[in-house]
Design a protein around this ligand. Structure first.
Ligand SMILES: [Fe+2]
Ligand SMILES: [Fe+2]
Length: 275
């Protein structure tokens, strides 16, 4: 019988972006159909690849070598969407990786539901942004992309606490901070399709951060650990650099991330004076 871990490895070893996302959505539908029928698929264990399969294009460059373009120009807006598509494709793999990588850690079924749903949504996000790129005469793979994005997965390959702290609670939370500014760029340019796609992403990403904080807190409770102290120690250990304000306090709160989790990890010069 197919296990969730097997399905995850199938997604991770599919290179083409659109094909990876189609498979991801089909597997998510199979998982939820089995759940609805009261016969959940077994979780299983598997050996996911250390690096997921990726298409030949885009070329992956160190962050400092990825050309920066001004978002005020059509080319700059294409570059911005291309970077978002790359983030979404990495996110698809990150969510399937957590399902495959930590299958040996006994977790409630809700843990798997949450990350399968997140993977399904990232797959939709990748498709929406690829559609935008194609409407603007470009495509995913046309520009170079950031090579460092899988680093968080590699660094936390044997630490579920660390994975949850760094991926949903730091990286995806950062998405909540920056997405309103991106939507504004496309509003000024009148690119409705991109506004709509980014608005879907903005709404659904709150859920991914919330899944992260929910399961991080759950694991800390299981082990009798203080979540805030654990979070600070893990982010300092695995995340390279300080967190960047301004933070989206409202959406972070909605996702269950209180200010005393992230402010102590922020660049100190930007910390607001105490009231
Ligand atoms: Fe996403
Ligand atoms: Fe996400």
């Amino acid at each position: 019988m197919t296990t969730l871990a097997d399905m995850a490895v199938e997604v991770l070893t599919t290179a083409d972006g659109r094909a990876k996302c189609a498979l991801s959505r089909a597997h998510a539908a199979a998982w939820f159909a089995a759940r609805a029928a009261g016969t959940p698929l077994p979780i299983g264990t598997a050996q996911p690849p250390l690096h997921p399969a990726r298409p030949a294009r885009p070329e992956l460059l160190p962050p400092r070598d990825v050309p920066r373009r001004r978002p005020g120009s059509p080319q700059g807006r294409i570059a911005l969407l291309h970077a978002v598509a790359h983030i979404e494709l990495n996110a698809v793999d990150l969510h399937w990786d957590i399902l495959a990588r930590f299958g040996h850690v006994p977790m409630p079924l809700g843990f798997y539901d949450d990350w399968v749903k997140a993977a399904d949504e990232e797959s939709k996000h990748f498709g929406l942004i690829c559609d935008c790129l194609e409407s603007l005469g470009s495509h995913y793979g046309a520009l170079p992309a950031h090579a460092g994005m899988w680093r968080a997965a590699e660094d936390t390959v044997d630490d579920l606490f660390g994975r949850l702290a760094v991926v949903p609670m730091v990286l995806e939370a950062r998405g909540l901070d920056v997405t309103p500014g991106m939507i504004e760029i496309f509003r000024k340019a009148g690119v409705t399709q991109a506004i709509d796609a980014l608005s879907v992403i903005y709404a659904e990403e709150v859920g991914h951060v919330a899944y992260g904080s929910k399961w991080f807190n759950w694991l800390c409770g299981r082990d009798g650990l203080d979540p805030k102290e654990q979070f600070h120690a893990l982010v300092r250990h695995y995340f390279h650099g300080a967190l960047k304000p301004p933070f989206n306090e409202e959406k972070r709160a909605e996702a269950g991330l209180p200010p005393d989790f992230y402010w102590p990890l922020a660049e100190q010069s930007d910390e607001p004076a105490a009231p």
